[in-house]
Design a protein around this ligand. Structure first.
Ligand code: FMN
Length: 224
């Protein structure tokens, strides 16, 4: 007999699939994982990629019209959460342009809302690698922006044949491994939330000579 899973009732997790497609495999994975995270007692906030979609980043548009609605939505929802989970398709061994575009727009807010958030990355693809290469490219802008990207990632290979009709994975062992990994991630999110020494400061290029003209610095000013 396995002990019941530890509950993570003090954390709130934003979740989305970075696909605009109605029949998205990544959306199916998010549906499954949202139920798993909910069973562990965490609050789940779900948003769709169509709500986050933005016109291509253009500095002139930013000056004339400000930051678009999709990025404003992502900012608001991030600020209300302790962590986010994204399931992203892999396009040409990288992340989809729609996802990079909303990350770029969102990075223009001050304070920069991705800084200090915990994240768990997933992908689903019909391919044998499950879209995993795209997640390595996604780590780069996220880590640059101060996201604490969980070391383990989940990439569902041959995703077009991986789901039961009711949404579970056909391979029960794989589903158990995913659930256990999510439990570890949620424990970390909870610990980081309640242990101030785990909070982080962000200096875009730590080591560069401090200069007000170029600095992008955010600090938590945690008493030490
Ligand atoms: C432009 C484009 C490029 C793609 N490149 C890859 C790729 O590099 N690796 C891969 O595994 N799948 C690739 N695919 C297939 C996607 O993984 C597949 O369409 C997947 O179902 C998309 O995710 P979704 O179902 O959530 O929309 C590509 C699809 C498109 C449209």
């Amino acid at each position: 007999m396995h002990p019941p899973p530890r509950m993570n009732s003090n954390v709130r997790v934003l979740m989305f699939a970075a696909s605009l497609r109605k029949e998205s495999l990544n959306q199916r994975l998010v549906d499954l994982v949202a139920a798993m995270v909910g069973k562990r007692g965490a609050d789940v906030d779900r948003v769709s990629m169509s709500d986050l979609d933005c016109p291509s980043y253009d500095g002139d548009v930013e000056v004339a019209e400000g930051i678009p609605h999709g990025a404003r939505t992502l900012r608001e929802r991030l600020l209300a959460c302790d962590a986010f989970i994204v399931s992203s398709p892999e396009y040409n061994a990288s992340m989809p342009g729609v996802l990079k575009n909303v990350i770029d727009w969102t990075s223009r807010f001050r304070p920069q809302p991705l800084n200090g958030k915990q994240a768990f990355l997933m992908s689903a693809s019909p391919s044998m690698a499950g879209g995993n290469r795209g997640l390595w490219s996604l780590r780069i802008p996220l880590e640059h922006l101060g996201v604490r990207v969980y070391p383990d990632m989940f990439s569902l290979a041959q995703a077009h044949t991986a789901f039961h009709i009711e949404g579970h994975l056909i391979n029960e062992t794989l589903e158990k491994r995913l659930d256990a990994t999510l439990g570890c991630f949620l424990d970390l999110v909870e610990a980081a939330k309640h242990y101030p020494a785990m909070k982080k400061e962000w200096v875009e290029f730590l080591g560069e000579k401090p200069d007000a003209a170029t600095d992008r610095v955010e600090t938590n000013l945690v008493a030490r």
